[in-house]
Design a protein around this ligand. Structure first.
Ligand SMILES: [Zn+2]
Length: 396
């Protein structure tokens, strides 16, 4: 199964609890609902629900959020190149209603005249027809379709097709030539779990422990694995580590690492704002960034007041990572200390507390310092440093 093709899920509920589910595209979903006798939806996750000609209940579920996040890097990078090309910004994932159903356009220009659809699969004539019908009946003047490949280039005059070719080489060059080893972070790395979010959306664990020896620095073992994945044509887009130390860090990929309740004292600050997010050349939403800056300032005020030392890192996107330190060394804290700092700052920092128990999540992962966020190019570091991608948009 090629997971990149999944956008929605169709579930048929047969008698006697027999259920059949299949993955479908949005064009198939719109075609399918026209043959159903529709009934009221039961949750926000449902696109449509109805009875077919055989009296069987059919429910179509919207795109899964976990799956979506996996492709966001591709969308963001394509929008960023397009924005550079046209010299204007776009709303990202613009929600609207079409034919009485919730739908989304991957990006639209701020003047709402241009619709942009970014698909991570080879598009055929039928796919293009569907996207054109959707965009033009919604009143857009122009449609830009971006995909890795096209089976057909049949299109209307106002439609532009672009082939997107993201490049990983600038990121690889950074790791091999410029990566900074933050010594205090790598001290106990042999006990931490590391994992990669790859360009194809899959997660992969580290293959061995990142131990410091006289011959090998732990950080070099990470760089070696990045090169390994690159040569297998599945480049890491984001790289994470566990805040907790583990007895068996390699087993933590299955959640069985046996965490020791001592955590790197790192806190995540994320920005949010109401309304549509705008993405331009910078690769993240500036309005979200403003919110993150306000939250960061409030949290730093708290830390200063309570006598903490800290390092401020940008998170690689719109937010911040705050590391508590003492004499320039990363601080490790126990369960209760972590929980108390979060509880004092719930308005500003991401809550890593379990909703049920209000305890700190022992399995919490965080982006590795000085690695690159492959969706924006920003290096997770204490300065605003960005890798310049040489992604190509080729007009067909
Ligand atoms: Zn925003």
């Amino acid at each position: 199964m090629d997971f990149l093709l999944i956008t929605m899920k169709l579930v048929k509920y047969f008698p006697e609890n027999n259920v059949i589910s299949s993955n479908i595209n949005e064009d198939q979903a719109f075609e399918f609902v026209s043959r159903l006798k529709l009934t009221n939806k039961k949750s926000i996750y449902e696109f449509a629900r109805g009875i077919d000609n055989d009296g069987i209940l059919n429910v179509i579920y919207k795109e899964n959020r976990v799956f979506r996040t996996k492709n966001v890097w591709y969308e963001k990078r394509a929008i960023s190149v397009l924005s550079k090309l046209h010299n204007y910004d776009f709303y990202h994932s613009y929600k609207l209603e079409w034919k009485g159903f919730d739908t989304e356009i991957d990006a639209i220009s701020l003047d709402k005249k241009i619709a942009v659809e970014i698909k991570r699969k080879k598009l055929n004539n039928k796919n293009i027809d569907f996207l054109e019908e959707k965009a033009y009946s919604l009143g857009f003047e122009k449609l830009i379709i971006i995909a890795p490949k096209f089976n057909s280039v049949n299109k209307k005059d106002n439609t532009q097709l672009f082939q997107f070719r993201p490049s990983y080489l600038p990121i690889l060059r950074y790791y091999n030539n410029e990566y900074i080893v933050w010594k205090t972070f790598w001290k106990n790395s042999a006990q931490r779990h590391f994992r990669f979010l790859l360009a194809n959306g899959r997660w992969k664990p580290q293959r061995r422990r990142y131990t410091n020896t006289s011959k090998w620095q732990a950080a070099n073992r990470l760089i070696k694995e990045i090169n390994y994945y690159h040569h297998k044509y599945v480049n890491p887009i984001k790289i994470y580590y566990s805040l907790s130390r583990h007895i068996g860090p390699l087993n933590e990929f299955e959640g069985k690492g046996y965490p020791i309740s001592r955590y790197i004292a790192a806190f995540d600050i994320d920005g949010e704002h109401l309304g549509n997010h705008i993405i331009g050349d910078v690769g993240y939403c500036e309005n979200c960034r403003k919110d993150a800056i306000n939250k960061k300032n409030a949290f730093l005020k708290y830390l200063n007041k309570n006598g903490f030392e800290f390092e401020v890192f940008n998170s690689g996107a719109k937010g911040y990572h705050i590391y508590l330190t003492r004499n320039k060394e990363i601080l490790e804290l126990g369960q209760e200390e972590m929980e108390n700092i979060i509880k004092d700052n719930l308005d500003y920092v991401d809550s890593f507390l379990s909703k049920k128990t209000q305890e700190f999540d022992q399995h919490r992962i965080f982006k590795v310092p000085y690695t690159v966020d492959g969706s924006t190019g920003y290096i997770v570091s204490n300065e605003e440093k960005k890798i310049i991608f040489d992604d190509e948009l080729v007009k067909l």
